[in-house]
Structure formats: C-alpha cells, structure tokens
Design a protein around this ligand. Structure first.
Ligand SMILES: Cc1cc2nc3c(=O)[nH]c(=O)nc-3n(C[C@H](O)[C@H](O)[C@H](O)COP(=O)(O)OP(=O)(O)OC[C@H]3O[C@@H](n4cnc5c(N)ncnc54)[C@H](O)[C@@H]3O)c2cc1C
Length: 446
C-alpha cells in the first residue's frame, strides 16, 4: 500500500505521519519542492535570537497539534506563553490602548466610545440572520456590534489572524465558530455567558516549542514514518488503472494526498484539473514581510500590538516574542518583530528590502517612542504569498475539490487553502484525512 503526499508543510507532514500511525503496513513518500520541510513554518536562529518567520505558535485549547506533538515525541519541548504576555494592545488615535480582557475592563477601556459600547450592549437583542446571504466579517460585525467595533476590534483581529481585509473575508469561512454561535445561541453575548457558565475554554494559551515551531516539523520528518524527498517539485499526477504515477515515473501509488497552496495547482497536471483550476487560482495570497529587531532598551511589555486600518499606518502591527516565550533573545536584549503587507498593502511585493526595513523602523519607533538607534535589524523575511484569503464563495471552491476527491478514487486534498489557516486547523484536518485515506486503503485491499 503506497501513498504519495505532495507538500511538506504542517498539513502534509502531519497527515503522512498519521497515515503511518493508523496503518503501519503502508509506505508513504512525501515530496516537497523546497530542500527543507516546514513550508510556512520557518524558525531561524541568529546571533542568539530565535525568530519565527511563520507561525509563532498555536492555541492549546484545541487538541490536534498537541496530540501530534505527543505522538511524535515533540511534547517534551512544549512551551506556553508567559502570563505577562497576555497584555495586548490596539493602536487608537496614534496611542496604544490595552485590549480589555474582561467585560468590566471592556466598559472602562477607551477602546470604544460610549456610543460604541452601547451598540455592544444592544447585541443580545439583534435578531440572527435567517437567510443564506454570506456576510463578510465587517457586515456581520456592523449588524451585530456596530461600526466602531468593526473598526477597532474586528479589523485588527482579521489583520492579526489572516493579514486580511475585514470587508472581503467571509465570516462563515474564516470564523466558523463565531458564525455557529449566532445560529446556536442567537447572540454572541448570550453565547459568551452560557459558555462561561459551562467553563468551556475554547482557545487556551499560545503554545510553541523551546526551539521554535520548526522543532515540530523536524520531529515529524525525523520520526521515520515516511520517506521525505526534498527538492522535488511534483508536476504531474496521472491515473493509471487504479494506481497513480507522479512526474511520469514508474512507482505506483494507491492514493495521493495534495497538501500544497492553491496557486501551486497551476503547475501540476492532475485528473479533472479543468473543473477546479479557476476557483483555485482565484484564492488570493497577499504578500507579507516579517522584520525582526534587537531592542537595546525599554522593551515594551506584553504580547504586541495590532493596528486598525482606520489608523492609516504602514505596518500591520508588531509582536514582542522575547516577552511571549523564554530564550528568544540574548540576555539584556529584546526581540521585536514587525509585520507588514497583507491584503490592504500589496505594494510591499514590489518594495526593496531596505525600503521595507526603513518603513518598519520609522513606524515602530514612532508608535513605541523608541529612538531609532535603540533598535538593530536582526533578520528580514519576505514572502510574496503568505496566507490564503477566504472570500465569499470560498466554500464552493472547497466543494469542487471534494467532488474530485469523490469521483477520482484515491485522490485526497488538504492544506490551509481549504480547511482553515491555523496550525490547529491543519493538524485537525490531518486526523480527518488520514482516517479517510486509511479507510480507503483498507477497503481496496480487503
Ligand atoms: C507570517 C505568518 C504567520 C502565521 N502565524 C500563525 C500563528 O501564529 N498561528 C497559527 O496557527 N497559524 C499561523 N499562520 C498560518 C499557518 O502557519 C499556515 O496556515 C500553515 O503553516 C500552512 O501549512 P500548510 O502545510 O497547509 O501549507 P504550507 O506551509 O504552505 O506548505 C505547502 C508546501 O507545499 C510545497 N509545494 C508547493 N508546490 C509543490 C509541488 N508542486 N511539489 C512539491 N511540493 C510543493 C511548498 O513548498 C510548501 O512547503 C501564519 C502564517 C504566516 C504566513
């Protein structure tokens, strides 16, 4: 029983690992275009700093990533975010405002005006949407919480998670839990109160590994559960009887799992491609730059800050990783990471490295009142395509992929283009798709 997995990001790696775990007699080959595994997960060690160019971590409230870490032995190095890092900021009228962490703190906070707060108090009385109209996050927020909450709460949230545009992303596709809460409880406030009384903790703490997120992907490769073929770009998947051939080579696979970004399907021939390729290529991946600085003095406290679009700044926000996790910076120095780009700022795709760094220094020094000579560049990272944006109609693209999966027996799909962009979403999907593949194989060889 042979399975080919295409794509060595967390989606492909964790799926390959789990297929072997469920069906030890299977043989899995994973093909990755780059030399190294990890995809978006990229941890860099430089001058005593530990820098994340992709995800900083995942939330411990969901089980899938923690369980994969346990199964592959990466759990010994798990680290949780420091308690002090729970303080987060939003920029309002040029000043950093603490994000309130409880209802009383919210009503005392300057994050919204009195009028904005009254709009929130009216939320339990807003009728849930009955028809099937697919709202953007902004439309949903305006209807239930008012425009000010959209501008100063939802806009930065969308920016922090998707580097996205609140007026374009689909609430149902991007935040299915929030969409569901309105349907189940009729109101977000009512849902919050009910869930609090049940002591349900949906999110948990930000969690990573002592040596950063790449520790997990390296552990998965090192587990020996599958053969990792780096620097192999798959260009064709061809059906031959009830088997598949990759790149015209002779090895026959019973099943193929695609775990690549949606734009990468353009360069691969695969069965029924014509039915889905337009949808796949319509998914936008805005660029992002991650610029990491050493801070010599006055490292600000907390987790970091996000900037609402209304503030008209040129950066998305910044994180303070050396406050979040221990051992991210040498003694006496702090690590500050500035994020730029996203769906509202495509121009960074065409900007030179020096221009982006200058912009990051200027903005962050102004916002944090740090003088420019107190911050030194440690590492610069830019990607032309960062996070897939789930606009309205995204569900139809996913349905199209699932139809191919049903009609071409043995083809399976996963990845952050379809089933959620969080690391937890990718690993939750890995459990589901690994089960489907192993059931398919068992059925085939029964
Ligand atoms: C800057 C940034 C910060 C983030 N922060 C967080 C965070 O804090 N928490 C969180 O939960 N999530 C975060 N995310 C999201 C999360 O990291 C990603 O959604 C997730 O890592 C995607 O994994 P994936 O395996 O689905 O895709 P990818 O990581 O994109 O992997 C796909 C792989 O397929 C390979 N590939 C493409 N074409 C081919 C081909 N033809 N043949 C072979 N291989 C191919 C690529 O080289 C790539 O390695 C962040 C994302 C970014 C960009």
């Amino acid at each position: 029983m042979k399975v080919a997995v295409i794509g060595g990001g967390i989606s492909g790696l964790s799926s390959a690992f789990l297929i072997k775990k469920i069906l030890p007699q299977s043989e899995i080959h994973l093909f990755e275009k780059s030399k190294f595994p990890g995809g978006t997960i990229k941890t860099v060690e430089k001058d005593g700093f530990l820098i994340e160019c992709g995800p900083n971590g995942f939330l411990s409230g969901k089980f899938s990533t923690l369980e994969i870490a346990r199964l592959c032995g990466a759990n010994a190095k798990l680290v949780e975010a420091n308690k002090d890092a729970e303080i987060r900021y939003i920029l309002k009228n040029g000043k950093l405002v603490k994000l309130p962490d409880s209802p009383p703190a919210f009503f005392l906070s300057p994050i919204l005006s009195l009028r904005g707060k009254i709009e929130i108090l009216k939320e339990p009385f807003v009728k849930p949407l009955k028809d099937d109209y697919e709202e953007t996050v902004a439309e949903f927020g305006k209807r239930r919480l008012g425009q000010e909450a959209v501008d100063y709460m939802l806009d930065p949230m969308v920016s922090g998670v998707f580097a996205g545009n609140v007026n374009k992303l689909s609430l149902k596709q991007c935040f299915p839990r929030i969409y569901q809460l309105e349907r189940e409880y009729g109101s977000l406030v009512k849902a919050m109160l009910k869930l609090k009384s049940k002591k349900a903790s949906p999110s948990g703490r930000l969690t990573s590994f002592e040596n950063g997120m790449a520790f997990l992907t390296d552990k998965l490769v090192g587990s020996g559960s599958f053969k990792f073929f780096g620097s192999v770009k798959v260009k064709s998947v061809e059906k031959k009887g009830d088997k598949f051939l990759l790149n015209g080579e002779s090895t026959e696979y019973d099943a193929v799992l695609f775990a690549i970004p949606s734009y990468a399907y353009k360069d691969i021939d695969f069965p029924e491609k014509a039915k889905v390729i337009d949808g796949l290529l319509s998914i936008k991946y805005p660029p992002m730059a991650i610029v990491s600085f050493a801070v010599k003095k006055n490292m600000p406290e907390g987790f970091g800050f996000l900037i609402p679009s209304k503030e008209k700044r040129k950066i998305l926000g910044a994180l303070f990783p050396s406050n979040i996790f221990f051992k991210r910076a040498p003694d006496g120095l702090g690590l500050l990471t500035v994020m730029l780009g996203g769906d509202n700022r495509y121009e960074i795709r065409d900007m030179e490295k020096g221009e982006i760094i200058d912009l990051a220094v200027k903005e962050v020094a102004d916002i944090l009142s740090l003088s420019g000579d107190k911050i030194d560049l440690v590492y610069f990272f830019k990607t032309d395509r960062a996070i897939p944006q789930y606009y309205r109609g995204h569900g139809k693209i996913v349905e199209g992929m699932e139809r191919i999966g049903k009609s071409v027996k043995g083809l399976f799909f996963t990845g952050n283009a379809f089933y959620g962009i969080g690391v937890n979403d990718c690993t939750a999907r890995a459990f589901a798709v690994a089960r489907k593949i192993t059931e398919f194989l068992k059925g085939k060889y029964a």
